[in-house]
Write a protein that binds this ligand. Structure first.
Ligand SMILES: [Zn+2]
Length: 341
């Protein structure tokens, strides 16, 4: 089979290798759709501390079960399957305290290699974070399970009241997904703040009626205008840039919460106005990864048809063109691309 490897920043290579075998309790999946995402793009640009090079590449996918390991009874060959690429160990300190996103082993036991014809899912992931694809969910939508799980985890950490005002800064895939999931969770009018007209227009077409183009408007003034001058109950930083991390507290009300979702490169330092945080009780949280609860909830959103995610796919590429796809993303084109092996 062919599998894409990131061999150096900016350099993807397709290699021929043997189709993986299924380990006992695991399965092998014939990949039908894999999606690009911001983490992959960051790794493509500058490498990634969690991905020593060369590495198999890609982690958002859906497909069909091609082979079963010994003892697997929950799936049969040919079954369409949705899965994320990691699962917690279930026994470490964090797992025992329902903070499985911080599991000691979750990063070391994750799988990469979705930009390939086949990918092996080990038992710990199959048992906790994989599902039969419902017939009403397309392979393309189903490949959103993992980014949706990140977003569900992020929004659940905010513990928003039903009437909360929520802003999201960043009009990338994760920013738009935050707005869509927030609405599915009952937040009537999340506001999406971005800098790319075509992406804000896409969000509006998907029902996110409140958008602010930060190139033309002062986001803080625009937010004040529809919150009675108070500011938002919560804001999600989804750009992964230092300037937005530092300015995000300006958008929330006294007692509001800032969620720092978009990670910065290792070693980055940020600064905040201490008086604003203290005397206005502005809380900072920083969600990372997801729990099995979030994966299940993301699956249920997809299965219920509660959110429309396919329009976030800007273009489809064959596996042979995966390098071209990333060069295009690197040049600032497209939102998410589907890689179809
Ligand atoms: Zn654990």
């Amino acid at each position: 089979m062919r599998a894409a490897y990131l061999i150096a920043p900016g350099q993807l290579e397709l290699r021929d290798e043997r189709v993986p075998g299924a380990e006992p309790g695991g399965v092998v999946v014939r990949v039908r759709v894999a999606l690009t995402d911001g983490t992959d793009l960051k790794a493509f640009r500058r490498g990634h501390p969690q991905m020593p090079l060369p590495t198999r590449f890609g982690h958002e996918f859906s497909g069909d079960v091609a082979a079963l390991g010994a003892g697997v009874t929950a799936f049969a060959p040919g079954d369409p399957i949705l899965s994320v690429h990691s699962a917690p160990c279930g026994t470490c300190y964090w797992c025992r305290h329902e903070e499985e996103e911080l599991c000691e082993h979750v990063m070391a036991t994750k799988i990469l290699g979705a930009y390939a014809e086949y990918v092996a899912i080990p038992p710990h992931i199959l048992n906790r974070n994989a599902f039969h694809k419902p017939a009403n969910v397309s392979y393309e939508s189903g490949a959103f399970l993992e980014p949706l799980a990140c977003v569900v985890h992020s929004l659940r950490l905010l513990q928003l009241a039903p009437d909360a005002t929520l802003g999201i800064v960043g009009d990338g895939g994760f920013g738009i997904l935050h707005a869509l999931v927030a609405r599915a969770f009952g937040i009537a009018q999340p506001v999406l703040i971005g800098r790319r007209n075509e992406r804000l227009a896409l969000a509006r077409a998907l029902g996110i009626v409140r958008t602010i183009d930060a190139r033309e408007n002062d986001a803080r003034a625009a937010v004040a205008a529809f919150t009675g001058g108070r500011g938002l109950d919560a804001v999600v930083e989804s750009t992964g840039t230092q300037a937005v991390w530092e300015s995000a507290p300006d958008l929330v009300r006294r007692g509001g919460t800032v969620s720092l979702f978009g990670g910065l490169p290792g070693g980055s330092r940020v600064s905040f106005d201490a008086a604003r945080l203290h005397y206005d009780e502005v809380r900072l949280i920083s969600p990372f990864h997801f729990t099995p609860r979030a994966v299940r909830e993301a699956f249920e959103l997809l299965a219920a048809g509660a959110i429309e995610v396919e329009p976030l796919i800007s273009e489809r590429f064959t596996l042979e063109r995966v390098g071209e796809a990333f060069a295009s993303l690197d040049a600032g084109h497209g939102l998410k691309y589907a890689i179809v092996p």
